[in-house]
Design a protein around this ligand. Structure first.
Ligand SMILES: CC/C=C\C/C=C\CC/C=C/C=C/C(=O)SCCNC(=O)CCNC(=O)[C@H](O)C(C)(C)COP(=O)(O)OP(=O)(O)OC[C@H]1O[C@@H](n2cnc3c(N)ncnc32)[C@H](O)[C@@H]1OP(=O)(O)O
Ligand SMILES: NC(=O)C1=CN([C@@H]2O[C@H](COP(=O)(O)OP(=O)(O)OC[C@H]3O[C@@H](n4cnc5c(N)ncnc54)[C@H](OP(=O)(O)O)[C@@H]3O)[C@@H](O)[C@H]2O)C=CC1
Length: 324
């Protein structure tokens, strides 16, 4: 039983509003929005190109490395855990036949970033494609956050992206070589979000950095774009943002396309933005979230739960209103 309330809080009418049928995440709408996971661009789109992907050993970084490698790129993946990187590099290059190098690098340390770039240059040269994907995050009420907790996330996300971008940008400018830079942020970089405050602040900083450089470094042949993904299952993200699995269903329920994204879908978008097909695209911020952001934002979007019978009744009530 539900009631229509007046703004005074008084009940206008009581009627039976049956609870909407429980929507399992993969039910209803996802039938319309089945993912396509093969490489989208023509074979060879990245032939003779070198791509540098931070955090390329796991999750979305791994998926982006896979698709770029499938499309002919040589890849260098970099993060803290060399064993993880080496395993991924071996798996991808044995599938695609293209070189994937693994380099240890903590992006929080500018000297480590410079050493990593030295190693990459010695191995393969300067990259044509740079993807700043490495990140740290965890849910935490902000009043429980220590200065070191704040630092650990913002150092990886904002400072790490800045150190990689500065190091490579300066060397590319010196070498007069153009490049595509891509940053992976998140939909709440725009809105902010409680409980992931260092991540929200740092991702917003990354977006400002990339939009600024899109304006400043176009003259050096550098493009800067941003993808804001919505939820895509990876161990790294879900173990830190939904460790009990409690929030997943309500999250899927508010996504109009009725499902999580797939790493390969994100990877195809990243490949497009990093390719020559997108050579006129710079300073773009692409939200890639199955509609979740607008679904959360719209004042009346909860009315999706109203049934056809309830609409008949609401319409009659509205039409029956006389005067103001
Ligand atoms: C339904 C919801 C599910 C999913 C939602 C999906 C989509 C919505 C949008 C999603 C956006 C996702 C954004 C992401 O960035 S996901 C990427 C996740 N991947 C990672 O985080 C990988 C790397 N992370 C790490 O290595 C660590 O988590 C960390 C903490 C970032 C860094 O590790 P490090 O070893 O350097 O740091 P520690 O020494 O462990 O800790 C440093 C500092 O932080 C404090 N800390 C750590 N964890 C927590 C916690 N959970 N709560 C509070 N504080 C924490 C730790 O205590 C240390 O502080 P001090 O004690 O020293 O003061
Ligand atoms: N999955 C999702 O739903 C969403 C993800 N994102 C973003 O997508 C990107 C990838 O996340 P996802 O794949 O899900 O999660 P992962 O945890 O798998 O990826 C994070 C990567 O960052 C690397 N990394 C962390 N700290 C450092 C560091 N100090 N130096 C170098 N590398 C580091 C990790 O490698 P290592 O531990 O070896 O250092 C890891 O490979 C991130 O930018 C994240 O914010 C955004 C929105 C949604």
């Amino acid at each position: 039983m539900a009631a229509v309330m007046l703004s005074s809080g008084r009940k206008l009418l009581q009627t039976r509003f049956p609870r909407p049928p429980v929507r399992s995440g993969s039910a209803r709408p996802s039938g319309f929005f089945a993912p396509s996971e093969g490489a989208m661009l023509p074979a060879g789109s990245f032939r003779d190109r070198l791509a540098f992907i931070t955090g390329g050993g796991t999750g979305l970084g791994r998926a982006m490395t896979m698709v770029l490698s499938q499309l002919g790129a040589r890849c260098v993946i970099a993060s803290r855990k060399l064993d993880v990187l080496q395993e991924t590099a071996g798996e991808i290059s044995s599938q695609t036949g293209n070189q994937v190098h693994a380099l240890q690098c903590d992006v929080r340390d500018p000297q480590a970033v410079a050493r990593c770039v030295d190693q990459m240059v010695a191995l393969s040269g300067l990259p044509d494609v740079i993807i700043n994907n490495a990140a740290g995050n965890f849910i935490c009420p902000t009043e429980r956050l220590t200065p070191n907790g704040w630092r650990s996330v913002t150092d990886i996300v904002l400072n790490g992206t800045a150190f990689v971008t500065l190091e490579l940008g300066k060397r590319l400018i010196q070498a007069q070589k153009g490049a595509s830079f891509l940053a992976i942020t998140t939909i709440y970089a725009e809105s902010g979000s409680g409980f992931v405050v260092p991540s929200a602040a740092a991702k917003a900083g990354v977006e400002a950095l990339y939009k600024s450089l899109a304006a400043e470094w176009g003259r050096y042949g550098h493009r800067f774009n941003i993808i804001q993904p919505g939820p895509i299952r990876t161990k790294g993200a879900f173990s830190r943002l939904d460790p009990t699995g409690t929030f997943e269903k309500s999250m899927i329920d508010r996504i109009p396309t009725g499902r999580l994204g797939k790493p390969a879908e994100l990877a195809n978008l990243a490949a497009y933005l990093s390719s020559d097909f997108a050579s006129w695209m710079s300073g773009a911020v692409i939200r890639f979230d199955g509609g979740e952001y607008v679904s959360m934002a719209g004042e009346f979007n909860e009315l999706r739960k109203v049934t056809p019978d309830q609409w008949k009744m609401l319409e009659a009530m509205i039409k029956g209103t006389k005067g103001s």
